[in-house]
Design a protein around this ligand. Structure first.
Ligand code: BJW
Ligand code: ZN
Length: 245
């Protein structure tokens, strides 16, 4: 657990005036039961990312990729927000100057009550057509095979509306996230390995804009060195303490 000095420092930074920007990754949902990507328990222990999370993988093996997402949707649909999501939602309700950007596709920030989280890597519970502009919600329950399902407008293959390696992030979300990172006074980065760009780069944007960077993560990451305060612990335990009113 973090030392009391860092905890008190983070508390006072986050209670002070001036915009706050938050970036979250898979670690914030770990205590909800959503598997992270990297690490000993990670989703990618058995599959390499480029085997499943790329447009080339979907073109080569659409059924396998759809099946993997269908399995993940089922797992996530059974998960509830944890005290970390809730503490962040409460922070957003308490002060009007919080922007939350997430790399997560699980929708748990919105479920906890965060208004308009910037979903940088899309959402598991949306689908889009690989051929036309069709987009739709995916029901909470699994769609039956054959997989992938077909677009109702053009019969093209439907894919999860998530961002795969080599694909551009949604431009509106990325530009709002970048602007918020540049303008904030405190940048809180929670539960991300900090290796996937451009999302991880938001921490550096914030730092070079003069923000204090606070990291919450049980492990060291490439972002730790540049952080002003590091809170080593689980998000669901650390955030309720740091963000308590
Ligand atoms: C806890 C915890 C607890 C555990 N509490 N913490 C610059 C340099 C090098 C490469 C690049 C670069 N810029 C771009 C690239 C290429 C590439 C990239 O970043 N590659 C690197 C990996 C080498 N980036 C891209 O391709 C991006 N696109 C792009 O750049 O496009 C350019 C372009 C522009 C214009 C036109 C066309 C193209 C896209 C990246 C998309 C990433 N997608 C994925 C999959 C999403 C869909 C899905 O879910 O399947 O997003 S990859 C995967 O990684 C997922 C995650 O959002 C993302 C980040 O992972 P995250 O959240 O950090 O999770 P983990 O598992 O890595 O870490 C968990 C952390 O939690 C750990 O640190 C634990 O310690 C911690 N933890 N328990 C708190 N209880
Ligand atoms: Zn279509």
């Amino acid at each position: 657990m973090s030392d009391p000095g860092s905890l008190a420092g983070a508390r006072s930074l986050l209670a002070g005036p001036g915009p706050v920007c938050v970036l979250t990754g898979a670690g914030v949902s770990a205590e909800s039961g959503v598997p992270t990507f990297r690490g000993p328990e990670g989703l990618w222990r058995s599959y390499r990312p480029e085997e499943l999370a790329t447009p080339a993988a979907f073109a080569r093996a659409p059924e396998l990729v759809w099946e993997w997402y269908s399995w993940r949707r089922g797992r996530v649909a059974a998960c509830r927000p944890n005290p970390a999501h809730e503490a962040l939602a409460a922070l957003g309700r308490r002060r009007g100057d919080v922007t939350l950007a997430t790399q997560n596709v699980d929708g748990l920030h919105a479920l906890a009550g965060t208004r308009e989280p910037l979903e940088l890597h899309g959402n598991l519970f949306r689908v889009r057509c690989t051929r036309c502009r069709f987009r739709a919600e995916h029901p909470r329950e699994a769609l039956p095979p054959p997989w992938p399902p077909r677009c109702p407008e053009c019969r093209g293959a439907l894919r999860p509306d998530v961002v795969w390696f080599g694909e551009a992030l949604p431009s509106e979300e990325l530009s709002r996230g970048t602007a918020a990172a540049r303008a904030c006074r405190v940048f809180l980065v929670v539960g991300t390995s900090g290796v996937v760009h451009p999302a991880a780069g938001l921490a550096f944007e914030a730092k070079s804009g003069g923000a204090a960077v606070i990291e919450v993560n049980p492990e060291a990451t490439p972002l730790s060195e540049d952080a002003d305060l590091v809170l080593r612990g689980k998000a669901g335990e650390v955030l309720p303490q740091v963000l308590a009113p």
